[in-house]
Design a binder for this molecule. Sequence first.
Ligand code: NAD
Length: 493
Amino acid sequence: MSILKNYIDGKWQPSSNKKTFTNINPAVNDDVIGEFAASSPEDVDSAVAAARTAFETWSRMPAPARGEILRRIGDVLTERKDELAFEMTREMGKPHFETRGDVQEAIDTAYYAGSETRRLFGHTVPSELPNKFNMSIRRPIGVVGVITAWNFPVAVPTWKMFPAIACGNTVVFKPSEDAPHSGALLVQAFIDAGLPEGVVNLVQGAGEVGQALVSHPDINAVSFTGSTETGGKIAEICGAEHKRCSLEMGGKNPMIVLADANLDLVVEGILWGAFGTTGQRCTATSRLIVHKDVQDDLLDRLKKATSGLRLGYGNEKDVDVGPVINQKAVDKILGYIEIGIKEGATLAMGGKRITGGKMDNGFFIEPTIFTGVRRNMRIAREEIFGPVLSVISISSYEEAVSIANDVQFGLSSSIYTNDVSTAFKAMHDIEAGITYVNGPTIGAEAHMPFGGVKKTGNGHREGGWEVFNFYTETKTVYVDYSGSLQKAQIDNT
Ligand code: NAD
């Protein structure tokens, strides 16, 4: 199935200007995924208008009834997990077992957000006056613009859309231009689960469509996942227009390995953290900060394990690592490898595009390890978003934390140690939204808050109990049943 159109007000429809863009399989470049609607500003207008109309009824539906629809969406996604994962792998490249996990995260989020509709708590607190009742309730915000990256093409959009609609908002969703098919298949699952028309609308296209959405006067809030650069542009518009805006952006995530760590566990963690999703995760382990006493032993084991990774098309059997997303990503990653070499780091492994045979038809880059990296090098500071690990040697916990914190990002982090006191210290000392102890930097659970500090985020969180604060306004209600005019804050003494 290949759905190529926008979905607006309950109908699949082409772009009003009939323009399209092509998307291809990054592992098998001559496999064309499809031609997708390149939306015009008029399409964005129609989608926002449909969401605005739907808001009137959707926001008035009892929240648990909205939750029931979310539960059905979870059921449909469960039935389709395998076929959806196949299409996601075809479109964005990570292996099938990873895209199945991506869908599973969406399923968990559907059930979690659905069940939270019975718990959208406000507060009741005592009044300072007699015969008066004080409470706060949650109100939906309105129409939310959802703009996402391609690397978690189903999970991340649902982290935003499910809590948004659970709270009574309606949505205009613009998936990445590198994952339009996954976005469309996700919306098809919503339709088949019985989501009413206009509650979620889909507009396809690139950055200019996202920008039109953010700037639209009838969009009340924007939830964005993507690069720090794009997030900055969105924040400027939202700031000028006083729109609520949640930004989840880039990372340069450190894994600290102390001398007492279990190195077998560390090697497994690095393979998954640094090379899973071909290093194209916001939470990818991109800096390995390792104690000098165990560095050589760890590197020997790591190189051996890395050389065993099988690269290829992720819908084929036994593939561990897929391609990178497109030619632009190939150029950027190879450019950083060049920079690392020029900066004087040692290329310990990998470093090249893989060619020959079937590999010529895809965007494959070798898992790459740089050693001898120093904290001031660009490969230690900038997000590469590819299978490149920078290894930095340290001689103390304090030095490790100082290097871990010496970047502009702060999404995820990890420390491997068997010393419980050091682990607890690290939870406080590392500047990041997430810290793992004895696990790699990735692996979010749907019912836990997710997000970053510094230039990774802007203070909001996806997931868990926190996300419901973003998608609701607090309304304060006073009920005075004294039968007389009571004035608060009047000093009667
Ligand atoms: P990107 O910023 O290029 O694009 C992200 C989305 O924004 C796309 O849908 C794109 O079309 C849209 N967009 C581009 N320009 C826009 C504009 N001016 N106005 C509005 N929308 C615009 O990012 P990408 O290359 O797709 O994704 C990779 C980045 O995403 C990395 O930096 C990665 O760390 C980050 N990411 C972060 C998280 C997180 O939760 N923190 C998760 C996944 C990816």
